[in-house]
Structures are given as C-alpha cells and as structure tokens.
Design a protein around this ligand. Structure first.
Ligand code: AMP
Ligand code: MN
Ligand code: MN
Ligand code: MN
Length: 277
C-alpha cells in the first residue's frame, strides 16, 4: 500500500482549529497512513489522537513543535517519535508555558492600552490547556470585530513589530534538541525557509542545529514550491540531515494547506522515518 506521511500538524491542544479526534479523522479522509501530531509546546493532544488513529488504522507518531531561541531568532524544533512520559520533556514544556503565559499577559496589556480590554481572560478561556498562542489573540480580535480575519490580526496587531507584539526569548535551541533526544525522539528543524534568513545565516543555523544533535530538517511542507524543495534538498545533503515532510496544517479554512497534501521527498534523501522504523 502507498504510504502517505504527514509529520507536522496542529490540533486545538495548541493553535489548531480541530480537536485531536477531528484532526485524525480528517487525516484518514485524506488517505494519510502515517501521522504525527506536533502541537506547539504541548503533548496534551497526543493520547486522544493516538487512540483515534489506532481505531482508524493510521500509524501514529507522537510529536511536538518546540519554540526555541537561536541567537536573536525564534525557531521551531519539531520532535518526532518522542516518549511523552519523559521528565525532561515535561520540564521544558512547563518552562515554555510560563514564558507563553507571561507573554500573553503583556500582549493583553498592550491591547488594553489601545482600547481593547479583557484579552487575557478571553484567550485563557479559549486555550484548552496552558498553551496560549498568538492565534488565540487573533481569534479574540476577530470575534470582537476589531479585524475581519486572522491574517489581518497579525498584520495590524500581533505580527513582529506590530502594536501588540511582545518579543520573547524562548528556550535555547540546544535545550530543545536535548529534551527531544532525552525523550527518545528525533529533532527536526521546522520550515527552514520561513525564518527569512540569507543563505549564509541558514547554513549557520543548520550547523548549530546539527552540532546540538539535530538529525533532520523539513524539506517538503504544505506551502513549499519546487524551487524551495530543491534548495532544502541541497542543504539536507550538505549537512547530512534526513528529510521530513509535514503540512503544518492548522485549520480547514486554509484550503491550500491540507493534511497529507505534500510533494514526495527526493529519492537521494534519507527519510526521517527510517530512523525509527
Ligand atoms: P506563537 O507561537 O504564539 O508566536 O504563534 C505563532 C503561530 O501563529 C504560528 O504557529 C502560526 O500558526 C500563526 N501565525 C503566525 N503568523 C501568522 C500570520 N501572519 N497569519 C496567520 N497565522 C499566523
Ligand atoms: Mn501555529
Ligand atoms: Mn512552526
Ligand atoms: Mn507548526
């Protein structure tokens, strides 16, 4: 049987629109055979997703997407095939949740100064666990009629440098990679072209990631074009990293990004799943 992998997506345990069960059901409808749930800084959706995946005969891989700091830049490290019952993972998640809560309070204060009160209470209520993301604020701003869409909420309020933007120093890249390794997982550099880095800086990031113990990088994601896949394939070869594929699906509203709708990896690249299969 043809295997369809999707190793990066979100449920409402972080900033996705669907519950873990709804997400896995959608993956099954889209013929995904191997699915990793990778919510931002939380593992709280994994048990529900796994039990639904077992029922639907989808091979489920426990995952997470950690927010990490590399130099002055926030980067995302996906952990695949992690054991969720790991102390060091719980510790880093708890630290990140504190950072997220503190940031959320500051974002709410900035919004209050602009005449938009009570955002903190609203996003706390929306977030089903402690992972409060900017998407929760975006939903709040839409629901209150301040903006008409989530992208507009980022453009006008929440995006980098915008009026309610609060810079955060996440956990160091090395700590994120180590926590994933201690949980028996594979660290994957998420969407390397989304950080808007020059080629020199991407290579510096890949080198730091590899030195920290990173073993893989995303090559095919939901919004990549063929040129970008080619560039990333070359980086993976140069840095001897395995390749991962993931849609970064968040919501059915973005119809151009769909679970399992991904180009194949180039045959010359070792797929990340060979590291655990
Ligand atoms: P956070 O991790 O709390 O900073 O939130 C970042 C999340 O916001 C990302 O994972 C995306 O899901 C979402 N996001 C970032 N920028 C945009 C944007 N311009 N439009 C819509 N969603 C965005
Ligand atoms: Mn997100
Ligand atoms: Mn990401
Ligand atoms: Mn993601």
């Amino acid at each position: 049987m043809t295997q369809i992998y999707d190793l990066h997506c979100h449920s409402n345990a972080s900033d996705g629109a669907l519950s873990p069960t709804e997400l896995v059901k959608r993956a099954a409808e889209k013929s995904v055979t191997n699915l990793a749930l990778t919510d931002h800084d939380t593992i709280s959706g994994l048990a529900e997703a796994k039990s639904c995946a077992d029922e639907l005969h989808i091979n489920f891989i426990n995952g997470i997407e950690l927010s990490a700091q590399w130099e002055k830049l926030g980067v995302h490290i996906v952990g695949l095939n992690i054991n969720p019952e790991t102390e060091s993972l719980h510790k880093i998640i708890a630290e990140l949740h504190i950072m997220r809560t503190e940031r959320a309070e500051k974002i709410a204060q900035k919004l209050a100064k602009k005449g938009i009160p009570d955002a903190f209470a609203a996003v706390q209520k929306m977030a089903t666990n402690e992972t409060i993301t900017r998407v929760h604020f975006a939903n709040f701003l839409v629901s209150q009629g301040h903006v008409e869409s989530i992208p507009k909420a980022f453009d006008n309020y929440l995006g980098d440098g915008k009026i309610a933007y609060v810079p955060t120093t996440w956990t160091p890249l090395e700590n994120a990679v180590q926590a994933i390794q201690k949980a028996g997982g594979i660290a994957v550099l998420a969407h390397p072209l989304r950080y808007k880095l020059t080629a020199t800086r991407i290579k510096k990031l890949l080198s730091a990631f590899k030195k920290a113990g990173g073993l893989s990088m995303e090559i095919v994601t939901g919004r990549y074009n063929p040129d970008e896949v080619r560039i990333l394939t070359n980086y993976a070869k140069q840095f001897e990293l395995t390749g991962s594929v993931g849609s970064d699906f968040h919501s059915p509203v973005n119809s151009w990004i769909e679970l399992g709708k991904l180009a194949p990896l180039c045959k010359s690249i070792k797929p990340v799943w060979e590291l655990w299969q």
